[in-house]
Design a protein around this ligand. Structure first.
Ligand SMILES: Cc1cc2nc3c(=O)[nH]c(=O)nc-3n(C[C@H](O)[C@H](O)[C@H](O)COP(=O)(O)OP(=O)(O)OC[C@H]3O[C@@H](n4cnc5c(N)ncnc54)[C@H](O)[C@@H]3O)c2cc1C
Length: 476
């Protein structure tokens, strides 16, 4: 879900949009924004995953009803939490590692996304930073993680439909081509394996009409997100992680030993807590000013028969995203479905959740874009549409580290719509950090930081809505 290469519209991005919103909010918010969490408290609430992928999620394990003591507790059963728990048990084989998930593992963004397995981080994806050596290191770290996923899927015997044939970032405007090509040439000189594809080559690969070209990253790929969640869950269980689902954590009494209060009345005591709550963290009182929870949408067709699917012209199992401000992205499944996602996004006041059905007009917009890119399929309806929360940071960069008076609340956040692959890299990193071994990761520019401050309500809502309105009236 990343966008724009060097030379593309630099400021007109979703991250620019939310950054502008925040800046506006910070400017006027003053003391009120500091008081907002007390005036407008949030409570743990969770929306059900209605995605096509969710049908592949394993049934929930029994909730935790009583009390227990653990060496490490991970809150959240998405890719980040599951991988963190898995790597923690491998790092600390004798430790009691407990994962608590409010609904079912994969209920959040991990089970609802667009299935693009991307290299790097959102802020650096197919665009250079001022530190090319770190960009390259990050590229290899994340590209190599696809081998970790392949091996793990093999070990637990779950085929998560991981395809490692690369990923494309397409663009519309022919005028962008020279800058894209120049970026690829420079990146290749620096050691990146990217390729520039012209419009014909792009259409020959993915069938979609109207793109002027693409940047191809052979290090990316695609996956069935629900089955990937099943892989991580099976892997965590196999190494001895104790998982309890339908177990919302309602409150954390922080200390040298934390006490977690569960919805079922139980208490869990632990000296080390990993927050893997993504866009839901604010509901537990954490990281409220680190990210804005933004709703994004995905839709999928039914499987198409040979002739109809052939008309789409999508030959390769390669997904793509475009470079627009409110990015669209798409993939095809092995059984000839097409899933299409993105477009205009939404924010709900005070980090609220969307009611089922509220996104119907967004889904119609996704279908319009799908029909525009695949005119031969314009009459093909979507079988299912759903939405999910993205933990958008203002600078589109992730963050991980430790907070709290005792520095024993560990977090990873701000994946910004780019976490299918990155979350399990960060799961490995946070496991090392919790185990007290930072040496291998001090080069990571995301360690020990918190994303730029996102103001509280009402400025958060006003800022995001104003920025979205300005953006859309500008015609992007
Ligand atoms: C529509 C959409 C499309 C996307 N497309 C892509 C894509 O194509 N490629 C890509 O790289 N990224 C994509 N992303 C982003 C990617 O899915 C996320 O970055 C990633 O899945 C985040 O994983 P996570 O484990 O951090 O969070 P989640 O998967 O959201 O997991 C957090 C979990 O914590 C649980 N939880 C929260 N609070 C509590 C509590 N108090 N008690 C107990 N449990 C709790 C939640 O129930 C949830 O299961 C997309 C995201 C969305 C929403």
């Amino acid at each position: 879900m990343s966008r724009e290469g060097e030379g593309a519209r630099g400021s007109a991005t979703r991250r620019g949009l939310i950054a502008a919103a925040a800046a506006g909010g910070v400017g006027v918010a003053g003391a009120f924004t500091l008081a907002a969490p007390a005036i407008l408290p949030e409570t743990p609430r969770f929306d059900r995953n209605r995605s096509y992928w969710s049908q592949a999620l394993p049934a929930p394990l029994p909730p935790l009803t009583g009390d227990l003591d653990a060496d490490v507790v991970v809150i959240g059963g998405g890719f980040f939490g599951l991988s963190a728990a898995y790597f923690l048990r491998r790092r600390l084989p004798g430790a009691r590692v407990v994962l608590l998930e409010a609904v079912v593992c994969g209920n959040g963004a991990s089970g609802r996304n667009g299935g693009m397995v991307l290299t790097s981080t959102d802020d650096r994806y197919l665009r250079p930073s001022d530190d090319p050596a770190t960009d390259l290191r990050l590229y290899h770290l994340t590209a190599d993680n696809l081998s970790v996923l392949t091996n793990l899927a093999g070990t637990v015997g779950v085929d998560c439909e991981l395809e490692r044939r690369g990923a494309l970032q397409v663009f519309d405007d022919p005028a962008e081509a020279p800058a894209r090509k120049a970026y690829v040439d420079k990146a290749r000189d620096q050691g990146f394996p990217f390729q520039f594809w012209d419009g014909d080559r792009t259409t020959a690969s993915v069938g979609a009409k109207g793109y002027a070209g693409a940047v191809y990253d052979p290090g990316g790929g695609q996956v069935h997100p629900g089955k990937l969640a099943a892989v991580w869950k099976a892997a965590a269980l196999a190494v001895g992680v104790q998982i309890h689902e339908t177990t919302p954590v309602l409150h954390v009494d922080e200390g040298a030993i934390h006490t977690l209060r569960l919805a079922g009345g139980g208490r869990v005591r632990t000296p080390r807590l990993v927050l893997a709550t993504n866009a839901y963290g604010s509901k537990l009182g954490y990281l409220r000013s680190a990210v804005a929870p933004i709703f994004d949408n995905v839709c999928i067709t039914a499987p198409m028969d040979g002739a109809l699917f052939a008309a789409a012209g999508w030959r390769d199992l390669i997904p793509f995203n475009d470079s627009r401000t409110e990015v669209f992205y798409a993939g095809r499944t092995r059984d000839n479905r097409i899933h299409f996602g993105g477009g205009p996004v939404d924010y709900r006041f005070n980090n609220g959740l969307a009611e089922p059905g509220a996104m119907a007009r967004r889904y119609a917009g996704v279908h319009r874009e799908f029909a525009r890119r695949f005119p031969a399929l314009a009459g093909v309806p979507f079988e299912r549409c759903w939405n999910g929360l993205v933990d958008m940071s203002l600078d589109s960069r992730p963050a991980l580290g430790a907070i709290g008076r005792h520095r024993n609340v560990y977090y990873g956040v701000g994946f910004s719509g780019h976490g299918v692959n990155l979350t399990s890299v960060f799961g490995r990193v946070i496991a090392d950090i919790v185990a007290g071994d930072r040496a291998a990761w001090t080069w990571l520019p995301f360690l020990d930081r918190l994303p730029p401050y996102v103001p509280n309500e009402p400025f958060r809502w006003l800022g995001v809505e104003a920025a979205l309105a300005a953006l859309r009236s500008a015609g992007d």
